[in-house]
Structure formats: structure tokens, C-alpha cells
Design a protein around this ligand. Structure first.
Ligand code: T1G
Length: 692
């Protein structure tokens, strides 16, 4: 097998190139190839300096994640970095694309780093439930200082070349990597001593003099790190960098790294990494399916969803026309958009100039005809079938024949909407999640007649809008909302039987959700749920009473909980306990305490059962897509792997038995285990194909 690492000479400079597509991951062959080439070049007296570079679209994007969980084959990354550290001639890392994880750690082990202006740098291991295990926790603080290093390692976010240069992470930004790398290597070839990050503690001094600094940082990230093990381990490693000599710090880092590697949380997060990439692949939609360019968009409806959707297009540089029926509603919508951008600029998320540029890309209009030039028109009007069909009929006569018509419906039949046009093949659903400019999930609802190029166009557009696309079929509530309905229906029966809103919410908060079902209903609005139930002819003994009592949630300061003015913290309210007790009495139910694990099973098993039906019906392409929907749309904690992954770890036999008990107890046939669960449980298998 040819090595993915080769060397070419340019006079006394050796250029070592890694070519391991798609992202030059540091798999075994790369590590072994590097060790071999470096050993030879180290011993070659005709070589004055070495350039380390990568072929293809990027520098090394990290260790090879597919090798995790398998026995590690030597040499390890540490050994390769140590080898560079012991060389008597300089090694220059020449960086393009992304230098991530082990890739950045290898570069930090080199004597110099240069990069293109478009290069990005990061240690995103925390997103895999890991820490930078190739010396990153010891070297990055020595280069950037403790707090900037901690921010990069605990957020997993990337920094640009300019920030890297200012911080001292790279020595130069260059226009043309190959030529500049050779020139740079010649320039420094004779410089001694050879600079190594490991030998320079200068930037640790401030933190050593101010030991509280790291604890203060830890407090500042406590909320977003809730439930994750890796951030705290990263902080411990940086504390070790302050307290120990680097060799001991590296050994400590290794130990903590292996501890996380063995953890179920990291296994779940690594599963999520590949599941997200899998969700982007649609069987039967070849990667060369023609995609049409989206140069101009239109959004109908300037309410909360419409405004957020318009911002997505503006953020991606696509001019968008935001169309409303009334001047007041339009003005309100545009005002909200401006306020959102100004708030982001105030927080430093974007510059004020960039905020103005994005606002300028959004044009308000009161005329549907102004959608005529759009490549895609997204409708975000009231959730009513009659209204949507009428609108699509009108749009069909206004927009260009090749334009795409998309509905942001969160529940309705996209095929029925498409049938109200002469172009059902160019109609589909694009279900954004509120707030639409923030939530990453985009359920792309493929209609019976949606043509492949329209689907491919939306998959590409979704990535441009920085969304995670998941293709789903047409049914009531698609994947996410359909499962959520099953959970919501358990909320009512659990409250009637004896649980309090606080107990229900605590069960999901302790599980790792950012919010419980009752607080979520208060945020969305009790009236929203009431209107949907009215439309479906359904009743909810508790929520209907809240609605009748004018307790519409946060917007009225009271719902399942009460809220202090200007504060979103849910406060248990005895008035609600009385409402629930009255509903239970009317049903002749004697309320009793319900243990938390039973509450959790009652909330999660029914939605997993619904997911099994969704898979059986082909509404979701694969089980892991359902997990992606719940990560990015409903706040399922990624370190638990998503409902399908979690169900497999609980065991489908246990889920089946739990559902059977619930179905018997509640007399609710919808809780009868789905045939897929029966089949897989009987075979000892899981949703994800593995042995349960
Ligand atoms: N290992 C193996 N495969 C990888 C990979 C990796 N590190 N990164 C990407 N791939 C595959 C991916 O599955 C997909 O495959 C293809 O490459 C394109 O990826 C010791 C322990 C680099 C920003 O966490 O963030 O180093 O689906 O679709 O959108 O401390 O990939 O085509 O078959 O995502 O252009 C740390 C992970 C590892 C970075 C490119 N590194 N990668 O994004 O393409 S842990 C990371 C990314 C580590 C050390 C530790 C992104 C990207 P397929 P893609 P993209």
C-alpha cells in the first residue's frame, strides 16, 4: 500500500506532504508515514529545514475518529510530536483549510506555523466528548494564554488566521502556501535555538499569578457545560499545565483523555458526529444531481418564524423580500429583525457594519407580486390549510416557472399544499424551528412529487444557511413534532395521576434537556397548543383549564408556572396544583406520587414508539436521522446519543415491556409497542442495527 505521506526536495528544503482524503485525518498510516519520513530527513545532512503540508482541501482535521474505540496502533501522535521536538533542524507547518484537533496539536509541536488568510484553527474535541489529547491542553495555553485557550478548547469553535497571527499561534499569513513555505523555511533555516512552544511558559505567568482566574472561567461556562464531562477535564488539564512541568502535564492530559475516550458520553457524541454526516446523504439522490443557484429569496409572513427565516437568507448573503399583508405587521417584523441584529452586534457576534449589511439585504413589501423574481419562496403564514392552499395558488401564478415554493408548515400535508399549484414537483416543506435564525435543524419535507433537483437544491441551500438538513416524508407533524405529540399526551395523564409540573420538568432537566415540557409549553404559548387541539378536535383536561383561566404562559406571566415580570424562571404556582386537582377529581382519579424514573419512561418511551412507526412508514430515512432531529430541534442532550441511540442502550426489550405496561395501565392502544420494536426486541437487536 502506498504511504499517504511523501517527500519532495527543493534544494536543501524537504517538503513532506500528507495526502489522506477527505480531510487528511491522522490515521495510523499517516502517523507511521510521518515518523518514517521525519526520521530519514532528520538524519539527512543535506536537509536544512522541513515543510509539513497537506494535499487536498485542508490541512489535518484531527485524529481519525473512525479509529477511536479500537486498539491504538503505534506510533501515536505523541511520539510523532516528540520526534519533531527532538529534531536538530526546523519543521514548518504550512496550513490551509482547517487545522483541527490532532492536526493543530501536530502544528503546535512544529517549530513554526504559517497559513493562508482563509485558514481556520480549532481544538473541537470537546464536541466529541473528548479533550485535546495530543498536547493541546499544555501547548495552546502557552501560545495564546490561559483564557483564550480555554475558550477555544471548551467551546470547540474555530478561530481565523488573523486572530491566530495576533495571538502568536502562527508566525505569518501568506498569499500562496507552496512558494511562501519554501521561502519561509529558507529564511529561518539557520535560526537557533529552534523555538518550541513546550519550552516557553511566558503566557502562563498571568494565570499563575492569579489562580482564581480559571475558576472564574469555569463558573462562566457552567450553564452551557451542564451534563458534559469534557469541559471540566479540559480545565483540570490546564490547571495541570500551570502546576506541573510539561512532561508531567502531558502525562496527566493523556490519562484524562483515555478516561473520556472510555466514557459513554464520548461514545454517544462520536456517534452523533457521524450521524450528522449521514443525515446529509439521501439514498437515490446522487451527489451530481443538478442544483439550482439561489440568488434571491422571498418570505411570506413577517411574524416570528418569517422574520427568522428571512434573517437566515440575509446571513448567508442572499437578498430576500419579506412580504406581509399589513403595513403594521410588516413594520413590526422589520423592527424585530433590526433589534435582533443590533443585539448580536452589541454582544460582539457580528460587527455593526455587518449587521447593517444584513438588514439591507432584507426588503419589506406589501405586494405578493414582489416575489416574482425569487428563486425560492418560503411561506410562513398562519398554520391553516385553507390559507396556505390559497396562498400557494396565488404564488403559482406569480413566480417564475422554475422557482421553488416551500412551506414552513410544522404539521400540515405538504402534498395537499402542492396540489394547489401547477408545479407540485417544485413544492416541498422546509420546517424551521423557533427561533428560526438560531435553531440549526431544518426538516426538509419531501412531497410525493418533489423532484430530485429541488431536493438537492434545498440540501445545498440548507448548508449555506448553516442548517443541519434532515429529509423527512409527509405525515402529520413529520418526525419531531409527531414524536413530541406522544410525549405531550403523557404530560396530561401524568399530571392527573399525581405528578406536578415541576416534577415533570425536573425529570427531563436531570436527563439533560435544557427545558422541561411544561416550561416549554409556557414558552410556546398555552394558546398555541389549544388552537392545534381545537383543529384536531382533541381535549386536554389540564391545558384547556389553563387556557380558560387565561394562563397562556410566559406571555401572560402565568401558565403551568408563574413568572416574575421580565424573568423567564418558572416558579411553581399552587393555583396550578388546584387546577390539576380539579381536573383529576372530575376524572375520578386519586392522585399519588410518581417516581422520577417512571416519569422519564412515561415521557420518553411513547415518543420512541412513535419513532418506530415513523421508521416503519419510511417517514425518516434512517434511525440516526431521528436522533439528529432531536439534537438540533428539541434539545435532546447529545451526550445521550438521541432517542434511538438511547433506546438501544436501554434495550428494546425493556422499552417494549415498559410500553406494554403503560398500554395496559392507561388503556391507550397508541402505546402498544410498534411491530418494529417487537421484532427487534425479539431478535435482541436495536434500531441502529447493533445487538441491543
Ligand atoms: N476523522 C475521520 N473522518 C473525518 C474526520 C476525522 N477527524 N473529519 C471529517 N471526517 C470525514 C467525515 O465523516 C466525512 O465523511 C468527510 O470527512 C467530510 O467531512 C488527539 C483526539 C473538517 C470542518 O473534531 O469538523 O484530533 O461522510 O462532511 O462539512 O486531540 O469534518 O464523506 O464519509 O464534515 O467540509 C478532532 C472533525 C478529532 C474535526 C470539514 N477533529 N471534522 O467539514 O465536511 S479528535 C474534529 C470536522 C482529535 C486529538 C483528538 C469537519 C471539517 P463522509 P464533512 P465539511
Amino acid at each position: 500500500m502506498t504511504s499517504p505521506v511523501t517527500t519532495r526536495r527543493s534544494g536543501d528544503i524537504a517538503v513532506v506532504t500528507i495526502d489522506n482524503p477527505p480531510v487528511n485525518a491522522l490515521g495510523h498510516a499517516v502517523r507511521a508515514g510521518l515518523a518514517t519520513e521525519l526520521a530519514a530527513l532528520g538524519a539527512d545532512g543535506t536537509v536544512a529545514a522541513i515543510v509539513l503540508t497537506c494535499a487536498g482541501r485542508t490541512f489535518i482535521a484531527g485524529a481519525d475518529i473512525t479509529e477511536f474505540g479500537k486498539p491504538m496502533q503505534p506510533p501515536g501522535l505523541h511520539e510523532v510530536i516528540q520526534q519533531i521536538g527532538q529534531m536538530a533542524k526546523p519543521v514548518v507547518a504550512a496550513i490551509h483549510g482547517t487545522a483541527l484537533g490532532g492536526g493543530l496539536e501536530l502544528a503546535l509541536g512544529c517549530h513554526y506555523r504559517i497559513a493562508l488568510a482563509s485558514a481556520q484553527f480549532g481544538l473541537p474535541e470537546v464536541k466529541l466528548g473528548l479533550l485535546p489529547g495530543g498536547g493541546g491542553t499544555q501547548r495552546l495555553p502557552r501560545v495564546l494564554g490561559v483564557i483564550p485557550a480555554l475558550e477555544i478548547m471548551t467551546s470547540g469553535e474555530f478561530i481565523g488566521a488573523e486572530t491566530a497571527l495576533v495571538g502568536g499561534l502562527i508566525q505569518r499569513i501568506v498569499p500562496d502556501l507552496d512558494a511562501a513555505a519554501l521561502a519561509f523555511a529558507r529564511e529561518i533555516a539557520a535560526d537557533r535555538p529552534l523555538p518550541l512552544v513546550a519550552n516557553d511558559d511566558g503566557k502562563l505567568a498571568e494565570a499563575r499569578a492569579n489562580p482564581g482566574m480559571i475558576d472564574e472561567f469555569a463558573r462562566s461556562i457552567a450553564r452551557r457545560s451542564r451534563g458534559f464531562k469534557a469541559p471540566a477535564a479540559i480545565i483540570d488539564c490546564v490547571k495541570a499545565a500551570l502546576a506541573k512541568p510539561i512532561a508531567e502535564g502531558l502525562a496527566y492530559e493523556r490519562e484524562r483523555f483515555m478516561e473520556l475516550m472510555r466514557s459513554p458520553e464520548s461514545a454517544a457524541q462520536r456517534y452523533a458526529f457521524f450521524a450528522e454526516r449521514e443525515a446529509g446523504k439521501v439514498p437515490g439522490l446522487p451527489s451530481d444531481t443538478p442544483v439550482r443557484p439561489i440568488r434571491h429569496a422571498a418570505v411570506i409572513g413577517a411574524g416570528t418564524m418569517g422574520g427568522g427565516i428571512a434573517m437566515n437568507f440575509a446571513n448567508a448573503g442572499i437578498p430576500v423580500t419579506l412580504i406581509e399583508t399589513g403595513a403594521e405587521a410588516l413594520e413590526r417584523g422589520l423592527k424585530t429583525i433590526r433589534a435582533n441584529y443590533e443585539a448580536t452586534a452589541k454582544r460582539g457576534g457580528i460587527t455593526p457594519a455587518e449587521a447593517e449589511a444584513r438588514i439591507a439585504r432584507i426588503t419589506g413589501s406589501l405586494k405578493l407580486e414582489d416575489a416574482a423574481a425569487a428563486d425560492i419562496v418560503t411561506e410562513a403564514v398562519f398554520e391553516d390549510m385553507g390559507l396556505k392552499k390559497e396562498l400557494f395558488g396565488k404564488l403559482d401564478r406569480i413566480v417564475r416557472p422554475d422557482a421553488i415554493l416551500a412551506s414552513n408548515t410544522s404539521t400540515l400535508d405538504v402534498d395537499e399544499i402542492a396540489a394547489s399549484t401547477s408545479r407540485p414537483e417544485r413544492v416541498l416543506g422546509t420546517h424551521y424551528f423557533s427561533p428560526a435564525n438560531v435553531m440549526k435543524l431544518l426538516e426538509i419535507v419531501r412531497g410525493k412529487k418533489t423532484e430530485p433537483s429541488v431536493l438537492a437544491t434545498l440540501m445545498t441551500l440548507a448548508r449555506k444557511l448553516k442548517k443541519v438538513p434532515v429529509v423527512v416524508g409527509v405525515c402529520y407533524g413529520f418526525v419531531g413534532n409527531r414524536m413530541l405529540h406522544r410525549r405531550s399526551s403523557q404530560v396530561e395523564s401524568l399530571l392527573i395521576e399525581g405528578a406536578s409540573p415541576a416534577e415533570l420538568d425536573q425529570a427531563l432537566l436531570d436527563f439533560g434537556f435544557p427545558m422541561g415540557p411544561c416550561a416549554m409549553a409556557d414558552l410556546a404559548g398555552i394558546d398555541v397548543g389549544w388552537r392545534i387541539r381545537q383543529g384536531l378536535g382533541l381535549k386536554d383536561a389540564v391545558s384547556d383549564r389553563l387556557y380558560d383561566a387565561g394562563r397562556l404562559g410566559q406571555k401572560t406571566g402565568a401558565g403551568f408556572f408563574r413568572y416574575e415580570p421580565g424573568n423567564r424562571t418558572p416558579i411553581p404556582d399552587p393555583a396550578v396544583d388546584a387546577i390539576i386537582a380539579a381536573a383529576a377529581a372530575e376524572k375520578g382519579v386519586t392522585r399519588h406520587p410518581i417516581p422520577q424514573d417512571e416519569i422519564l419512561a412515561r415521557l420518553l418511551y411513547p415518543m420512541i414508539n412513535e419513532a418506530a412507526h415513523i421508521l416503519e412508514e419510511g417517514i425518516a430515512l434512517r434511525a440516526s436521522d431521528i436522533d439528529i432531529v432531536w439534537f438540533y430541534g428539541y434539545g435532546w442532550p447529545v451526550y445521550r446519543g438521541g432517542p434511538m441511540y438511547w433506546a438501544d442502550h436501554v434495550g428494546l426489550g425493556t422499552i417494549r415491556d415498559g410500553l406494554r405496561k403503560m398500554a395496559d395501565k392507561l388503556g391507550d392502544a397508541r402505546l402498544t409497542p410498534a411491530p418494529l420494536i417487537e421484532r427487534l426486541a425479539a431478535a435482541g437487536q436495536g434500531f441502529l442495527g447493533s445487538k441491543a
